[in-house]
Each structure stands twice: as C-alpha cells, then as structure tokens.
Ligand binder design. Structure first.
Ligand code: ADP
Ligand code: ADP
Length: 232
C-alpha cells in the first residue's frame, strides 16, 4: 500500500549538512502496524514527516496505493493528505477549545456540514472512550485523555493511515499501555494502517507486526518483531 523507494532527506544549513534520511526503501502493507525504532537523532521524525510530505524529500519516491505523492502538486496533495491522520508526543491540541471543538476542527476545515460533524464527533468521542467529556478543555484532562483526543481528531476524516510520532513518550507506563491497547483495537476495528516511530523498544514489542531499525538515517534492519528482537 505504501511503497518507499530510495528516500533521502538532506538538511543543509550554512555550516553543515545532515543526511537525516539516507536511501530508505521499504513497503508497508494495508492494515499493518509498522514500527520504526531508533535512538534520538536517527532520523525517525524526519522519515515519518516525509510520508505525508510535511517535509519535502531531497530524492526518492513515496507511492500510496500506486500514486506517487512526491511529485504531486500542492493542490492535489491537500486531498491526498486527508488519507493520513497524525498524533504527536505533546498532543498538539488547541488549548482554548473544548474537546468537542478540537475533534470537530479537521471536519470544519474539510467543509463537513454541521449536523454531520456532530454525528462524527460524538462517534469518535465514544470510540476513544471520552463520552461525557465533550465540554472539557485539554488542560482539564490527563495526558492519556489528551492523547485520546489527539487520536479522535486524527481519525476525523477517515484516514487510511495513522502516523504516530512518539505518541506515548510523554505518558507513564500504565497510560502508555492503555493508549497502545486503543491503537490495536482501532487497527482491528477500522482496518487502519498504523505507522509509529518511537525510541521505546517495548512499544514496538507490544503492538507492532513489523519493525524497521534506524541508525544515522539508514534502515539497518527490518523484519517481523520476533525476528528482529529475539536472536538465537
Ligand atoms: P529522530 O526523530 O530519530 O530523533 P530527526 O529526524 O529528528 O531524528 O533528526 C535526524 C537528524 O536530522 C538529526 O541530526 C537532526 O539534528 C537533523 N535535523 C532534523 N530536523 C532538522 C532541520 N529542520 N534542519 C537541520 N537539521 C535537522
Ligand atoms: P503538553 O503540555 O501537552 O506536553 P506542550 O507543553 O508541548 O504540550 O504544549 C504544546 C503547545 O501548546 C505549545 O505550543 C504550548 O505553548 C501550547 N500550550 C500549552 N499549554 C497551553 C495553555 N494552557 N494555553 C495555551 N497554550 C498552551
């Protein structure tokens, strides 16, 4: 479903250049939970941001369902981006808006009419287990609840792929497990493809079907989680 070929990102600054992503080729299947693990600075964040073109690649191609998004014009890209939802380490919620409005926001941008919006928001709030908290503000929620709002917002426009950028790194172990369980249930229920990046091995081991290990911009190993982590 996602076909990445010879993907490269070179950051050039005045004094130096950094090969943040260095010749990565891999395929991610529909419905799969795919993890990318590596130390800080390995290039994970750049890699995941290239997938929905929040970063422009220096070279290489990314095909989603056989459509090359690397050469796509900005006008077309907007529609293509709706196929991706994204969640973040620090949730990136709108602090002055209620839970309801945070989740409704992407629907508003997509031009969904008000009554349809309401139906969808309530369905999403129920899906992430926050029914009754519609009127609360993010500051009134725990970290795990904030991430549930992040997940609901990411799913608003029915994406095919959920991108998770260190989505549990700011959470305690117990809350991390709750959020990972929620991601697994959404993966099963909606058949959603999930790509996550993390520096935490146990996150990969708990939910990923396959994993790529990144070091200095390169993928040094890929395989199913047992192959990569349990060596004889
Ligand atoms: P990770 O997510 O694994 O911590 P990043 O993708 O954030 O790795 O960073 C990979 C490398 O690219 C690092 O050396 C980082 O300093 C560099 N880098 C990331 N973003 C930029 C940027 N906007 N400009 C210049 N260098 C960057
Ligand atoms: P978290 O508190 O969830 O870890 P951050 O502290 O990283 O998230 O904040 C994310 C963004 O939201 C930052 O740009 C920050 O300035 C802003 N922010 C955080 N708290 C508030 C608040 N109470 N009111 C307005 N903006 C806020």
């Amino acid at each position: 479903m996602i076909e990445i070929k010879q993907l490269t990102k070179l950051y050039k600054t005045k004094h130096q250049q950094v090969q943040a992503v260095d010749d990565i080729s891999l395929n991610i299947n529909k419905g799969e939970i795919f993890g990318v693990v590596g130390y800080s600075g390995a290039g994970k964040s750049t890699f995941i941001r290239l997938i929905n073109r929040l970063e422009e690649p220096t070279s290489g191609t990314i095909k989603i369902n056989d459509k090359d998004i690397t050469t796509m014009a900005q006008s077309k890209l907007r529609k293509e981006r709706q196929k991706f939802g994204m969640i973040f380490q620090h949730f990136n919620l709108l602090w002055s808006r209620t839970i309801y409005d945070n989740i409704a926001f992407p629907l508003e941008i997509a031009g969904v009419p008000k009554n349809k919006r309401k139906e969808k928001v309530l369905e999403l709030i129920n899906l992430v287990g926050l029914s009754g908290r519609e009127k609360a503000y993010p500051s009134q929620l725990s970290g795990g609840q904030k991430q549930r709002v992040g997940i609901a917002r990411a799913l608003a426009n029915d994406p095919d792929v959920l991108l998770c950028d260190e989505a549990t790194s700011a959470l305690d172990p117990e809350t991390t497990d709750d959020i990972l369980d929620l991601l697994v249930s959404i993966n099963k229920k909606l058949g959603l493809t999930i790509i996550l990046i993390t520096h935490e091995m146990h996150v990969i081991q708990k939910i990923c079907h396959r994993v790529a290990v990144m070091e200095k911009g390169k993928v040094v190993e890929t395989g199913n989680v047992l192959e990569v982590f349990v060596k004889p």
